[in-house]
Design a protein around this ligand. Sequence first.
Ligand SMILES: NC(=O)c1ccc[n+]([C@@H]2O[C@H](COP(=O)([O-])OP(=O)(O)OC[C@H]3O[C@@H](n4cnc5c(N)ncnc54)[C@H](O)[C@@H]3O)[C@@H](O)[C@H]2O)c1
Length: 502
Amino acid sequence: MILGVVGAGTMGAGIAQLGCAAGLRTLLHDPLPDALETGEQRVRDGLARWVEKGRADASAADLLELAPQLDDLAPCELVIEAAPERAEIKRELFERLSAACGPDAVLATNTSSIPVTSLAGAAARPENVVGMHFFNPPPLMQLLEVIRADQTGDRALALAREAGEAMGKRVIVATDGPGFLVNRCGRPFYGESLRLLQERLATHEQIDRICRMGGGFRMGPFELMDLVGIDVGFAVAQSFDELSFGEPRWKPSPIQARMVAAGRLGRKTGRGYYDYSGEGAHRPDDPEPPQPGGGDGTLVTVVGEGPVADGLRERARAAGYELRDGGAAELVVDARANPTASVPSGAPVLALCAASSLAARGEPGAVGFHLLPPLAESKLVELTRAPGTQAFAAEAAEGFFARLGFHAEWVDDAPGLVLGRVVCQLVNEAWFAVGEGVGSEDDVDAGLVLGLAHPRGPFEWGGAIGLDHVVAVLDGLWSERHEERFRVAPALRRATFANALS
Ligand SMILES: NC(=O)c1ccc[n+]([C@@H]2O[C@H](COP(=O)([O-])OP(=O)(O)OC[C@H]3O[C@@H](n4cnc5c(N)ncnc54)[C@H](O)[C@@H]3O)[C@@H](O)[C@H]2O)c1
C-alpha cells in the first residue's frame, strides 16, 4: 500500500512515522515548505529512536518521500489528512485529492470533531471517504478510531482498518456522530464533574482527588481540563451541543464560559482551576490511605448483597471486625443500593447513598457514604452528613473506614455522591452509544482505556458495580432533580430488567 499524509504537523508527522515503520511507502505533503521540512525531521528523528529501540527496521526511513505538491500524491492508495481542524480546509482538500488521486484511492480524515459525513460530501466519490482518528502522540497511543460516515463504503472501512492494524494499532470502529465513540463516551468525566462543582457538592480539588484515589484515574477531571485548555474543552462542549441540537447530557457548563471569559484557560495561561504561576506543584500529593487494622473484634453488621456489601464485609473482617448478621452490633452499615426500609438500630448507622441522597433516605442521625467497586482497588470513601447526623455517628464512620484502609472525604449530599455519579454517567453514556449503534461494547471499553487512559472501560465497570446499583444512582438523581440529563439509557434499562428476571 502507498500511503499519503497531508499536513506535516504534530499528527501528520506521527502518522507518517507509523506508515514508514509499518513498511509502507509514505508520501508526506504540506503546503508550507518550512512545515514540510520540520515535519520530515520529526519523522526521521522518531524513526531513528524506534530503530534504536528495535521497534522499526533501519530501512524504514528510506520509505519516506516528500510531496511538495498535492498532485504528487497521485499514486497513493490511502491518503490521511491531518490539516488544521477547519471544515472548509478539509472539504477543499477532499475535492482536490479526488482529482489528484486515482478513483479507488481511499481518503481519510484525522478530524477529532468535524462530522466525517459532512466532509465526505466534498469528495468526488464519498464512498471512499472514512475517518481515521489517531490520538496524540500517534506513535505512542495504541488506539485508532475508524469512523464510518453515512456514505463510507465497506472497502474504504476495510482499508482503513488494515492500515491501522499494520501500524500496530488496536482499531475500533465508530459510526459518525458527536465525538464519535471515544470522546462521546468520555464526556461525562468532564460534564458531570462540572455539574458537581456547580452544585457545590465538592470542590474541584476534592473531585480530582476522589477520582484519583477512589476511581483509579491517573488525573482528575479539573487538572485534565487545565492541561487540555479550558477554551478547547468549552469549544468541544459547544460543538456537542450544536451537533446534538441541545442534548441535555451534553450542555456546556456556565463555569467553563466564565473561566474562558476571565482568561483562565488552564496551564497555558498559568491559571485555570489550579494556579500554575508559582514554582511548586499545583496541588498537594494525595494522602496515603491509613493502614488497615484495629477492628479488635468490634461487632458490626453489614446489610445488603452485592459488590459493595461483600467488599466491605471482606475488608472489615480483614481489619479485625467481627461480623454479625443480626442481633446487637456496635455499628450498622447499610450497603443496599436499593433499600426498602431502614434498619432498626440503636447503634450508629452508615447508609449507602446510591438510590437517594441521605436527606431523602429519611434515616435520622445516620451518616451517608458511597464508594465504588472494585473495592479491593479503592483507597477512598466519600462521607456525607444531613442536618440530623449525630456527631458520634460521624466519628464512628470515620473510624470504621479508616480501619478498613480508606481515606475519607466529606462531601455534600446527593445520590451516588461524587465518584458514583461521574462513573454511573460514564456507564450510562456508553449504553446510550451502543444502543444507538455507535460502536460495540468491546470497542467502547478498549477506546476509553487506550484512548483516554481510564482505569477500566464503562462496560467492565458497570459489571463490577452491578447494573442495578448504576441504575439506582441515575434514577435517584432523576427523581431528586427531574433533569433529563439523568435519564437512564433505554438499552441499560432493558438490561437491568433482563437481569432481574434471570
Ligand atoms: N493535536 C491533537 O491532539 C490531535 C488529536 C487528534 C486529532 N487531531 C486532528 O489532527 C488534525 C491536525 O492537527 P495537528 O495538531 O497535527 O495540527 P498542526 O497545526 O500541528 O498541523 C497542521 C499542519 O497542516 C498544515 N496545513 C495548513 N494548511 C494546510 C492545507 N490547506 N493543506 C494541508 N496542510 C495544511 C500546517 O502547515 C501544519 O503543518 C486536526 O484535524 C486535529 O483536529 C489533533
